[in-house]
Design a protein. Structure first.
Ligand SMILES: Nc1nc2c(c(=O)[nH]1)N[C@@H](CNc1ccc(C(=O)N[C@@H](CCC(=O)N[C@@H](CCC(=O)N[C@@H](CCC(=O)O)C(=O)O)C(=O)O)C(=O)O)cc1)CN2
Ligand SMILES: [Zn+2]
Length: 764
């Protein structure tokens, strides 16, 4: 008989009412003194621990809370502060920590990128020859706090050295071994101090183990862990993996640690197959990630228990730790606040708190407990999941037939890009290096308040519409005055680029309070795709046509692409993601047609999440890229040659998917180049990319106003690689998070930078 323990891997930090976000933003705005800010955060942190304690979770993670981001915390703990932030050792001051995250007028922020295949963004550590030191033992502090204040013997959490180094930048691959030697003593010290303090389990996250690693990588990892184990032999090290199956199962489970955490939801088949083939070492605990930490559906606990029994039979006498598949950072906090909004679907949903209840119930059931509560909990979950899958909303014959029809049909533009390019240039007569923006303009408190008034009934539909039109008008004027070449309406009517479409399409449900952290204090409320997706009526035509009526310059229509809507929603898991993507593509294709019929000549279809959906293992890439490119083309390809299709991607590594980017066959793609300083232009060069490229010449995630010179340098770098005729000039993403003044000032500088270039190109 196995010993069963219930555990959690990480708890959302934002708070059930986004208290965390509000504290951070008031502090940044200077409205909250530091002391109150820190005590507010402490209150929240302890509340979260108490919730887990009360639910009966045995291994409660500590140290997963953050002041911004867990990668940034780790970098700060090691004193890895880039030179530009003027740091001289010791614990990193709060102001420096936030300067790294957000930038200051004098020092641009650190780069930010996607955490594996999630919509969570971390701050990329910059090593650049810095020597790491242990400025503070953060897991130890967290452990002490939980013990002293709540009597919780917590499980300190830290990011493992290999994942940390692999996700950092500012070093050459051949320096990795030297770096490991620099970091190992620090990790050893952290662990030794935890051991002395009396910690039992320590969770070391190494999600890098689910990506495609080489033999050399595995040798390094084996060496790292034998050293860490030797440094603190009394600690139980729980090496955690998540988001997919481990790539080198045998070598991973042989590592000298006391526990291995595997994902039994994402990559479950491969992990189970490996377990079946190779068994599991008798001297280790197995962390069984059974409850989906990436989605919001209630689990079928009978089925989960069956899987656990199967696993149990393969791990005859060890300890099984029942837990979510990954940190619950990626799901909202609780469904309790949804009671009024979603009565019908509520029984089928489980957010973080409800998932922890599932973990505890499953743990009890696995330990053989069969009280009435356990029995009815198991039965009810299985029954509800069956009920949901059978619901008519999930099975609309018309949608299924239309999707089949269109997905099998043609998805190519009428003419190749070379032909379209000439036709479009004749039509639009744009200057060299045309300037534009990515779509959204500042969502000011005024805009958000207006929407709130309308939602709560204080304003009627007409009042809200008038308000949105006034915003559009004001910003068309601003754009004309700035001298931008292609204008946008500004997206004032949208809460979020995905949620907005979700609300207008059939098959989606939206939550009232289902917030998830995206980066820093910024949160998203992913819609829930519960049924077959269907177009109802035009979603963007009215605002776009209105904007176009106010100007003689082209106004670019603005849609979110099918793959991004898919990747940024919580998606039903009873049919394939590919099928859902085609359903969304079919619906959006009708929107594209509606825009074109209404006389809109440029349409941008954003796909910022295409890259993040890329599977973590190379062997799975092609299939994903094939269907996601197909979905994009189903959406975009039916237009006339003279209609210009734009797309936009941000904050990701493009190198891996450059062929897919080309295969999208968009006329213009705008990409981020500011925080990564043009590194990625190289990829475009190597692949002789010859379609339009919008250069994201400044970082919109930072409040600082970039100087003309800075942007000129970014443009120069790109132009040294590819022909000037290919380029457009734009910010690296939408401007919704920015203030009005800084936006206007930045855009003015951007237009000036483009003009400076045009003048010198004309001379040449
Ligand atoms: N889904 C998604 N993922 C994405 C992006 C994106 O745009 N969307 N962009 C990239 C970067 N991520 C981002 C994520 C969030 C935000 C962002 O601005 N989020 C807003 C929330 C947006 C929103 O839904 N706002 C609601 C307002 C919700 C609200 O707080 N309302 C107040 C009232 C209004 C107020 O006082 O502010 C209330 O209910 O009390 C609206 O506009 O209507 C925030 O955290 O502040 C920006 C970028 C990558 N991933
Ligand atoms: Zn973007």
């Amino acid at each position: 008989m196995n010993r069963i323990i219930s555990s959690n891997i990480g708890y959302p930090r934002i708070g059930a009412q986004r208290e965390w976000k509000k504290l951070l933003e008031s502090f940044w705005a200077g409205k909250l003194p530091e002391e109150q800010f820190l005590s507010g955060l402490e209150g929240l942190r302890l509340t979260h621990l108490k919730v887990q304690q009360k639910k009966g979770i045995e291994l409660i993670p500590v140290g997963d809370f953050s002041l911004y981001d867990h990668m940034l915390d780790t970098a700060a703990m090691f004193g890895l502060v880039p030179k530009r932030f003027a740091y001289y050792g010791g614990p990193v001051p709060l102001a420096t920590y936030y300067a790294m995250a957000r930038g200051t007028q004098g020092a641009p922020a650190c780069e930010m990128t996607k955490w594996f295949n999630t919509n969570y963004h971390y701050i990329v550590p910059e090593l650049n020859g810095l020597t790491p030191t242990l400025t503070v033992n953060k897991p130890l502090e967290a452990y002490r706090e939980a013990k002293r204040k709540l009597g919780i013997d917590g499980k300190p959490v830290l990011i493992g050295p290999y994942t940390f180094l692999k996700l950092s930048k500012g070093y050459a691959p051949e320096q990795l071994d030297v770096l490991i030697e620099l970091f190992l003593p620090l990790y050893k010290q952290i662990l030794t101090e935890l051991e002395q303090e009396g910690a039992v389990w320590v969770q070391i996250d190494e999600p890098i183990l689910v990506t495609s690693l080489s033999e050399t990588d595995m040798e390094r990892i084996a060496d790292i862990y034998s050293q860490l184990h030797a440094a603190a032999p009394g600690l139980k090290l729980m090496l955690h993996t998540y988001f997919d199956s481990v790539e080198h199962y045998e070598r991973t489970v042989a590592l000298p640690v006391q526990g291995i955490g595997l994902d039994f939801v994402h990559g479950a088949e491969r992990n189970i197959a490996a377990l079946r083939t190779h068994g599991f070492p008798a001297d280790k605990a197995l962390g069984v990630g059974l409850i989906d930490g990436r989605n919001v559906w209630l689990a079928d606990l009978e089925a989960k228990l069956q899987l656990l029994d199967e696993v149990s039979a393969l791990v005859p006498s060890g300890t099984l730790i029942v837990q979510p598949s990954c940190s619950l950072l990626h799901v909202p906090v609780t469904t309790r606040t949804e009671e009024q909004a979603n009565a019908e679907l509520l029984p089928f949903l489980a957010f973080a708190d409800e998932k922890l209840d599932e973990v505890v119930l499953l743990g009890k059931a696995a330990a053989g407990e069969r009280t009435d509560a356990v029995r009815s909990g198991l039965e009810a979950s299985a029954r509800l999941v069956r009920e949901l899958n059978a619901s008519p909303l999930r099975n609309r014959a018309t949608v299924r037939a239309a999707t089949r029809h269109i997905a099998g049909g043609p998805s190519a533009r009428q003419s190749p890009y070379s032909v379209r390019h000439i036709l479009q240039q004749n039509k639009f007569q744009l200057p060299l290096l045309p300037t534009t923006t990515i779509g959204s303009f500042p969502q000011t408190p005024e805009v958000r308040q207006a929407r709130k008034r309308w939602r709560t009934g204080e304003w009627n539909e007409a009042q809200y519409r008038t308000f949105v039109q006034e915003q559009i008008q004001a910003w068309i004027n601003i754009q004309e005055e700035l001298g931008l070449d292609v204008l946008v309406h500004g997206e004032f009517e949208r809460t979020d680029m995905v949620e907005f479409f979700g609300e207008k399409l059939d098959g989606f449900l939206f939550t009232r309070n289902g917030w998830v952290q995206s980066y820093g204090s910024r949160c998203v409320k992913p819609p829930v795709i519960y049924g077959d997706v269907e177009f109802v009526q035009p979603m963007t035509v009215e605002e776009t046509v209105y904007a176009q009526s106010l100007t003689s310059k082209p106004v670019k229509g603005m849609l979110t692409g099918p793959v991004t809507i898919l990747n940024w929603s919580f998606v039903r898991d009873d049919i394939s993601r590919e099928q859902v993507a085609y359903q969304i593509a079919l619906a959006l294709r009708q929107e594209v047609e509606a825009l074109e019929n209404a006389g809109i000549g440029m349409i941008q279809i954003d796909e910022p999440a295409l890259r993040e959906g890329l599977p973590l293992k190379q062997q799975d890439w092609q299939h994903y890229l094939d269907w996601s490119v197909h979905a994009f083309r189903l959406t975009s390809a039916a237009v006339k040659d003279t209609t210009q299709i734009h797309t936009h991607m941000c904050y990701c590594e493009f190198h891996d998917i450059i062929d897919a980017i080309r295969a999208l066959d968009a006329d213009v793609i705008s990409i981020e180049t500011s925080r990564s300083h043009g590194e990625l232009m190289q990829s475009f060069d190597e692949h002789t990319y010859d379609q339009g490229i919008g250069l994201g010449v400044y970082d919109i995630h930072s409040p600082r106003v970039p100087a003309v010179d800075e942007m000129v340098r970014t443009i120069e770098r790109a132009l040294s690689v590819l022909e000037p005729e290919l380029f457009w000039i734009n910010p690296d993403c939408g401007l919704k998070t920015r203030g009005v003044e800084e936006t206007v000032a930045s855009l003015r500088n951007m237009v000036a930078a483009a003009e400076q270039f045009r003048a010198c190109c004309d001379k040449a």
